[in-house]
Design a protein around this ligand. Sequence first.
Ligand code: ADP
Ligand code: MG
Length: 250
Amino acid sequence: MAYKIWSWAVVLLLSVYSVTPSATLSEEEASFITKHALPDGPLKDKVDKVMADFPPLHGMHGINREHDAFPPTKYTLFHQAGFVPLKEFRVFVHYDLPEFLIKRGRTSSDLKNIGRIYMADKMRECIKKFQMQNIVIPQKYLYHLPGKPARIHNENYVVLSEKLALRNKEENLKALWHLPKQTVQELLTLIKECGYHDSHAYNIACLPNREGIVAIIDTEPQTHSVSPRVYRARLMQYLNPETCAGLGDL
Ligand SMILES: Nc1ncnc2c1ncn2[C@@H]1O[C@H](COP(=O)(O)OP(=O)(O)O)[C@@H](O)[C@H]1O
Ligand SMILES: [Mg+2]
């Protein structure tokens, strides 16, 4: 039942944001932005400098084909601005900004990217409530792109995610297989109680040199209701069956 409530909460939140018609922010939106903004200071100044050149989402559509010959393609736009794509032109690094990854929305209207911030908060609350010791959520900031309107929209905001040192994919798979029972139990509670759903191997980072501690690096919400059993099963395929023996059903 809990997962239904969470997924509805996310849908509601995202639809409130998506129908906001003008640059005027509601009180709820304004406080969400303030709460999650990068604090003023030298780091913020550095980020502002780098992000001043972040290419707009507008104009990205229709230039997705590898063979597009006419400039500027999305490749040259990001390249010229110094952003290196990590995944599908949605997750980037910039080598003048080693502290963060930059996560952008896919389209002009979906708000799942901004929902990463909302879900990260929910997961932290859940971690606190159930006194989990083995799961961490990287720091995330809602970043307002310089010179853009205030409206909550993929064109105007990106998510800055604290960059963690990760194992490579194969090492991560191996560490997942060897996770202690306590960490597995906590992950299952996160799925059941917080609606955590994207439980595949590369979203759960087993931190190097921190035995048994995992970071949930992908907190993008779902906007449809699926039983936590599905996400539990997705996680289980990476775990040692001996570790999972005796863990209760959802
Ligand atoms: N906080 C982080 N620290 C280091 N690497 C990260 C972090 N977040 C994401 N990544 C890298 O970027 C990839 C894509 O990020 P993710 O949030 O999973 O995007 P998507 O929602 O597209 O799956 C991850 O698989 C990982 O390699
Ligand atoms: Mg992911």
